[in-house]
Ligand binder design. Structure first.
Ligand SMILES: Nc1nc2c(c(=O)[nH]1)N[C@H]1C(S)=C(S)[C@@H](COP(=O)(O)O)O[C@H]1N2
Ligand SMILES: [Mo]
Length: 505
């Protein structure tokens, strides 16, 4: 049965057809990249979004635990594969039609029109779709041409030349795509009018940052330092003018808020720290910025939320969604500025939510809708097994250990406990037998901000350094160790350091 099927298929096209179809698929994807760059107009982008949506939760959870950051690469490779296969399939159809009809031109036209149609349908960009359709058409034509005169088909040579041509085209396209896509310049423009209040806060943070010899962030993370977690490979590309936020579901009155509406509300600047539930205990998905925006509460009160569960689903333009209690949302902040610039694309341009003291995943970027619910529903990550919508765990990070010129050894890092605040950080240099207080940075204004700590000691050969924080309610950071999945990593960060080795370097 399969045998006859394979045979039948084989009768439809030759090995040369397959080769040219594959080349056409590759140059089609490359051509799309050449005109669109690494943006949502690139044919791979919507496919990636679909892959993200359709990947079953169990697989995503497995990938996060076992594959980690490379998971994104696997996703994107799959999406590239699908895009290439789609365009190659269209080219193959054209080649088969060319032979069947005995009219190469008809087959080539078919491949051209279909590749344009498929790309336009996927990207919703009819004009840019020519970037993919052009090269697909050309390579289908090359593949179909010798049919007219098979006796002139030096096929090996033709395949080599075409392959080289395709590679050259892909190379050129990568160069062009880099120019076309604005993905490199990530940071936004300066806020208008120049925001002196932000400047003053940044200066305050600078002044309060400890003098740490090791290379770690200050009290405000720079755009380069600030971590990023995105479910999609391609960030939504939204303009402030076209953006709006809808309050829907169990509300007394539906309401749509535009960017201008937001700007007309009282503007505040806040230090807010974000931490991802998926990070390792001593990981670096913990950062702080000065955010410009407006509180959510007055808007919520206007729409008069109802609903049994007292909960809301927040949705975003990348099809991200997360649900948590209105109680937490009420303390939230709608931010359009970060460190004195308009919100960068990768951090949710033009508007994101900040929920004090809760895990990063509640801080929805590219926010589009707040739906008040009747009953609880899982969010994107909850569907995939995570429990990351509640308050953050307390943590003291050990991010640097440095031999100082004065012969002492310095250990340092940041500590964070959400809205509970950090009261104290303790350091042990003997594996937890004895403890001493670390130097702490003066607190910054705000009720959801990390602090820096630093500890200096006269070193011996080797030390097991352990750090732990005490939050503002007097609770000691839990010693019990757990993985980040599903509720955030716990335990005390420890590290064996060999100061004398360091000195030898
Ligand atoms: N729309 C949208 N919002 C999102 C995410 C996302 O993928 N899409 N990721 C969430 C997660 S898991 C975290 S930890 C934070 C990260 O914010 P950042 O990328 O600005 O650091 O954003 C949250 N908000
Ligand atoms: Mo996260």
């Amino acid at each position: 049965m399969t045998d006859t099927l394979t045979r039948q298929l084989r009768e439809q096209f030759t090995r040369s057809d397959l080769l040219f179809a594959l080349l056409a698929g590759l140059v089609g994807v490359a051509g799309s990249y050449a005109v669109a760059g690494y943006t949502r107009q690139f044919i791979v982008a919507p496919i990636d979004a679909m892959v993200v949506r359709l990947t079953p939760g169990a697989i995503v959870a497995f990938m996060i635990q076992n594959v980690g950051e490379q998971g994104h690469l696997i996703h994107i490779a799959m999406s590239f594969g699908i895009a290439t296969a789609l365009l190659a399939g269209v080219a193959l159809l054209g080649l088969v039609a060319a032979r069947r009809l005995g009219r190469p031109v008809a087959g080539v036209l078919l491949a051209g029109v279909l590749s344009w149609g498929v790309t336009a349908a996927i990207t919703a960009e009819p004009a840019l779709a020519i970037g993919a359709a052009g090269p697909v058409t050309v390579f289908t034509a090359v593949g179909a041409t010798p049919l007219a005169a098979p006796e002139h088909d030096p096929s090996r040579r033709r395949a080599l030349v075409s392959g080289a041509g395709a590679l050259t085209f892909v190379g050129l396209s990568i160069g062009l795509g880099r120019l076309a896509g604005g993905s490199t310049d990530d940071s936004g423009d300066d806020l208008e009018p120049a925001d002196e209040d932000v400047a003053a806060l940044m200066e305050e943070a600078d002044g309060k940052s400890l003098d740490i010899a090791g290379d770690i962030p200050g009290l405000v993370s720079t755009f380069d330092e600030f971590y990023n977690v995105d479910i999609a490979e391609f960030d939504p590309d939204l303009s402030a003018e076209d953006w709006s936020l809808t309050f829907a579901g169990e509300v007394g009155e539906e309401r749509e808020v535009t960017f201008d509406d937001l700007q007309a509300l009282p503007t505040e600047r806040r230090f807010v720290t974000l931490r991802c539930v998926g990070e390792d205990l001593n990981g670096h998905k913990l950062d702080t910025a000065v955010w410009t925006g407006t509180p959510i509460k007055p808007l919520l009160e206007e729409v008069d939320p109802g609903g049994e569960c007292g909960c809301a689903m927040l949705r975003a333009e990348d099809d991200y969604f997360v649900q948590f209690p209105i109680e937490a949302l009420e303390d939230g902040f709608l931010a359009w500025g970060m460190n004195g610039q308009s919100l960068p694309q990768s951090h949710g341009h033009p508007v994101r939510v900040l929920i004090p003291g809760h895990w990063g995943e509640t801080n929805v970027k590219w926010l589009s809708e707040i739906e008040l619910l009747e009953e609880e529903m899982d969010g994107y990550w909850e569907q995939r097994g995570w429990h990351g919508t509640g308050p953050v765990n307390t943590v003291a990070k050990l991010w640097s250990d440095t031999m100082l010129e004065n012969g002492n050894f310095e250990v340092a890092g940041h500590a964070y406990a959400g809205t509970r605040g950090i009261e104290r950080v303790e350091v042990s240099i003997d594996g937890g037998d004895t403890w001493a207080d670390a130097e702490l940075s003066d607190p910054l204004p705000g009720d959801d901000v990390w602090r820096q700590w630093r500890y200096e000691f006269e070193p011996e050969e080797s030390h097991e350094v352990v750090v732990r924080a005490i939050d503002g309610e007097g609770n000691l950071q839990t010693e019990e160790e757990s993985d980040s999945f599903p509720s955030g990593a716990s335990g005390w960060v420890s590290k064996t350091v060999n100061p004398m080795d360091a000195m030898g370097n």
